[in-house]
Design a protein around this ligand. Sequence first.
Ligand SMILES: [Zn+2]
Length: 394
Amino acid sequence: MAKKKRKRKFKRIVKIFLGLLIVIVLVLLYLNINNKDIILKNDLTIELGSDIKVSDIIESSKYKVINKEDKIDTSKLGNKEITIKYKKNNKNNSYIVKIKIIDSEKPVISTEEEINVTIGSNAKIEDMIDVSDNSGDDIDISIDGDYDLKKKGEYQVTIIATDSSGNKSSKKVKINVLDNLDYNADGSLIDGIYTTNKGYTVKIQNGVASINDIIIVNKTYSLPSTYTPKKPYKSIAGRGYCTDCMEDFVVEAFLKMKDDASREGLKLWVGSGFRSYDTQKMLYNNYVNKDGKEAADTYSARAGYSEHQSGLCFDLNSDSDAFTNTKEGKWVNDNAYKYGFVIRFPKNKEEYTGYEYESWHLRYVGEELAKKLYNNGDWISLEEYFGITSKYPD
Ligand SMILES: [Zn+2]
């Protein structure tokens, strides 16, 4: 009997001991999982693109965190593991923490309140909406409301932009379906989207017309009086004209062409490059005083309608008919396209360009388009190619 009792007592002690052991193991596991060495902040969801360091996700720490100054990459949405490195009892320890990068910022619609489109345009309104977002992902754009690009009129619609996290923003805009492009009282173009008779889309933004990012300046498409080259090769700094302050890529292409020409014993130089609105105004008025308006319009541009104001073109050497049959003139006619330049006013194309032949006036359009316009020596004008006019507004 006594033996049995002792045995039972022993069994109980073993049971209690085992129970305690399990509790201790569980407590240790719990402590390990929760890592009391480092206490994290409650909220580990972080806004996309925010500027945070490892120390920003730690509430408190008993030990020295080694990488607390490290930046956390918040450029991508979703779950992310961050390793916190710290020193405990002179030993390196690390602790892996899961954070979540979220996006709660709405896209920003920056389109103007009115969108102008020419009647019958095949332009997609969705493509004309300017929208930006912190995610960098594609933004879904939809249009709420009815409109008909084949019918002249005004249509009130709502643009809805949704980002990849489902954040939405909306803006009410008016779509104006018009007969033709329109001008402000000062002669500058009103922003809008127009379709040419060759099916190209002319986008007028901040008063500047472009087709496939090629800026268009002629008697139909003016530049705002304040327009100057965006990134001039040399600073314009108050100069009304300069031969080295066209857009940098224009000057660089010219210098390459000039070098190649000089290797063949030919001399090329820029006779006239950038001309400001005011300079062109003065030049044109002088020509009108000398030859009359009708004659002046055939060879000189009115202020705002000169390509020279864009910083995308220049006149070579003597900028006169004498240039055409020089060695340089002939070489330029056959080779300029290789450097991205076109003869902007080709021979016998006055009805399209609105200007007499100018063998010396080169316009930069990039090598791809220049080759098409060169057309194996049978020049096509920019106006014919895109199906646009070059006529002063009435
Ligand atoms: Zn010129």
